[in-house]
Ligand binder design. Structure first.
Ligand code: MLT
Length: 314
């Protein structure tokens, strides 16, 4: 038959990814999709493509078994769970879904900012404990407070629009931000030290790289205003947890909102359970819309790539 000489490709989806979003793969007769954790997916040399979120660690040991994989797609933005250098050495293309969860992540960060400034998680816990404690939860308005955004890519830019609607003042640090883009988006681009010195709230929106690991650590947090509030809805480790704990304990920092941790699931319970920390379990991108978007993006990318087209988001 006509299809007989067409290659069949096996695709392994080793983390929970929206099945509906994977429709472009399921609808292609030449593609076989297996949804299974890599550890239980049998001989890994049978697969031509791998789709992951953040749970699967694609390290050298796993890559060695992926002898026929041609493309690894991350249904999300950060590829820090993938050894990209080793994959590239093996001739594997690594792609991500760069914008499918931008809005969800910006909204979650803003939700954290609002929840923290009005003590909503703490007040909610108190009332559920059958207390009526109006005095304990006096908050702060966001209007006219300075929000420092470290990393001004897609998420940082969306966040800035929301902060402006709340009449916040913005200071942005991003070494890759051009003057033209800063002007277009109506933000002031400054040096990191300026953000550290002036911001009332500092939020990070960079990838985790050698340069951003511990970017907010002992020294840089030490330069911030007393009472500053830190947010990390990007990647665990950009804000150094030990330094954060130190400055929370000595009350230099008034609080922190964290969606991500150096180790996940979180093991640093001292930090997650700190009274001035509000925390969520890496759910900034966990919305119906974002999960659908990223699944469709990687499914189309994998299908097109296996059908001989170049990868768009490598
Ligand atoms: C991402 O990098 O896209 C987010 O951390 C979300 C996720 O892990 O799915």
């Amino acid at each position: 038959t006509e299809g007989a000489d067409q290659a069949m490709y096996n695709i392994l989806v080793s983390d929970p990814v929206s099945e509906k979003g994977l429709a472009p793969l399921v609808g292609d007769d030449n593609l076989n999709v297996t949804m299974e954790n890599a550890a239980n997916a049998g001989d890994l040399s049978q697969y031509d493509a791998l789709i992951v979120r953040s749970q699967t660690t694609v390290d050298a040991a796993l890559l060695e078994q992926l002898t026929n994989v041609k493309i690894i797609a991350r249904a999300g933005v950060g590829t820090d769970n993938i050894d990209v250098d080793k994959a590239t050495e093996q001739g594997i293309v690594v792609v991500n879904a760069p914008d499918g969860n931008t809005i969800s992540t910006a909204e979650h960060t803003f939700a954290m900012l609002m929840a923290a400034s009005r003590n909503i998680p703490q007040a909610n816990a108190s009332i559920k404990n059958e207390e009526w404690n109006r005095k304990a939860f006096q908050g702060r308005e966001l209007r006219h407070k300075t929000l420092g955004i470290v990393g001004f890519g897609r998420i940082g830019a969306e966040l800035s629009k929301r902060a402006k609607a709340f009449e916040m003042d913005l200071l942005v640090y991003d070494p890759f931000l051009t003057k033209a883009r800063a002007e277009k988006l109506g933000v002031e681009s400054v040096e990191l030290d300026e953000v550290l010195k002036q911001a009332d709230y500092i939020t990070v929106h960079t990838p985790l790289t050698k340069d951003t690991q511990g970017l907010l650590g002992m020294e840089n947090i030490g330069k911030t205003k007393p009472g500053v509030f830190l947010l990390n809805c990007a990647r665990g480790g950009i804000v150094d947890e030990e330094a954060l704990k130190h400055y929370l304990d000595n009350e230099h920092i008034s609080g922190a909102a964290l969606d991500v941790f150096e180790e996940e699931p979180v093991t640093n319970t001292e930090l997650a359970c700190h009274p001035n920390v509000i925390a969520t379990p890496h759910i900034a991108a966990s919305t119906q819309e974002a999960q659908m978007n990223v699944a469709v993006q990687v499914a189309e990318e994998v299908r097109n790539f296996l059908n001989g087209q170049p990868a768009l988001n490598s």
